[in-house]
Design a protein around this ligand. Structure first.
Ligand SMILES: [Zn+2]
Ligand SMILES: [Zn+2]
Length: 289
């Protein structure tokens, strides 16, 4: 299985055409694809100050690496959640990546902010963790004059959440599966640069470049239903190549169907002053009540 250049194939591209690419041509292919995606969705400008939260995993590390390579002005951000074993391993890889691409790294310890860690959180840890990360990255970006936050969410993440929201008919959430969420109030612009990039390609890219990353899984994450959805979707894709792309682009064409008027107004959280849907924001409800 050889690349068009005659070298041994490093990866098999599955769609739109099956082909093998060597390491060098795959890196070129991947970077071109992401660059095109950034332009197509008008995701970012070169003069924007961009915060890239990195977790230690391949997706956010690949996002930081490629943005830097494409010439964007980025700084890195990491939240130490205090999950035993997992957080130490993540932190180690985060530091290695920052050194690898030579970019400023800002680290926040959840324990320093609220006096507790995810280990101490009562209730659904996964959802608390999500609330915590979204809040702290936005707050840090807002307080420090950043224009945008770029995350490493990939196409498989997006589709598995979309399927979940369809199964629950969560119309309000179904309106939000977009590659760019514009800034409003004290929320910064949020960009998913891998919105139309499948996970196996990002994995290939991180490996082709030998990026430092960890495959450690958080011990609290195992029961998420979206992991199941991801498996069904990939089974379907194997049987009917292109079906994931059809799902994604069909959504973009029909997204307006979910554009319902919000039945609430955003206001400032009475505890922290950040933008909130209710009197007290979800972060303060979890950690400060
Ligand atoms: Zn080649
Ligand atoms: Zn608050």
């Amino acid at each position: 299985m050889k690349c068009f250049c005659g070298k041994e194939g490093f990866i098999k591209i599955r769609y739109p055409k099956t082909k093998y690419l060597c390491k060098e041509h795959f890196i070129e292919f991947f970077e071109k694809k992401v660059k095109k995606s950034i332009e197509k969705f008008k995701m970012l400008d070169k003069d924007e100050k961009i915060l890239v939260p990195i977790s230690g995993g391949k997706d956010s590390h690949a996002a930081a690496y490629i943005l830097d390579k494409l010439g964007y002005n980025i700084e890195l951000f990491h939240i130490n959640l205090g999950i035993k074993g997992f957080s130490e391993e993540s932190l180690k890889k985060v530091k290695e990546l920052a050194e690898f691409i030579d970019k400023p790294l800002h680290i926040i310890n959840l324990k320093d902010v609220v006096g507790k860690t995810i280990e101490d959180a009562k209730g659904k840890k996964c959802s608390i963790c999500g609330i915590t990360k979204r809040y702290l990255m936005n707050k840090f970006g807002y307080d420090n004059g950043f224009d945008a936050i770029v995350t490493g969410h990939n196409m498989d993440d997006e589709l598995s959440f979309m399927l979940n929201n369809i199964l629950n008919w969560s119309i309000r959430y179904l309106a939000k599966h977009l590659p760019v969420l514009p800034a409003h109030d004290k929320f910064l612009k949020k960009v998913k640069i891998f919105y139309e990039i499948e996970e196996y390609l990002i994995l290939g890219y991180a490996n082709a470049l030998n990026l430092p990353y960890t495959t450690a899984k958080c011990k609290f994450a195992e029961k998420a239903i979206t992991i199941k959805h991801r498996e069904y979707l990939n089974k379907l894709e194997k049987e009917k190549p292109g079906i994931k792309y059809q799902f994604l682009y069909g959504y973009l064409k029909n997204r307006h169907l979910f554009d319902v008027e919000e039945d609430f107004k955003f206001r400032e959280c009475q505890i922290c002053g950040m933008t909130s849907a209710g009197r007290i924001c979800s972060f303060c409800r979890v950690w400060r009540r």
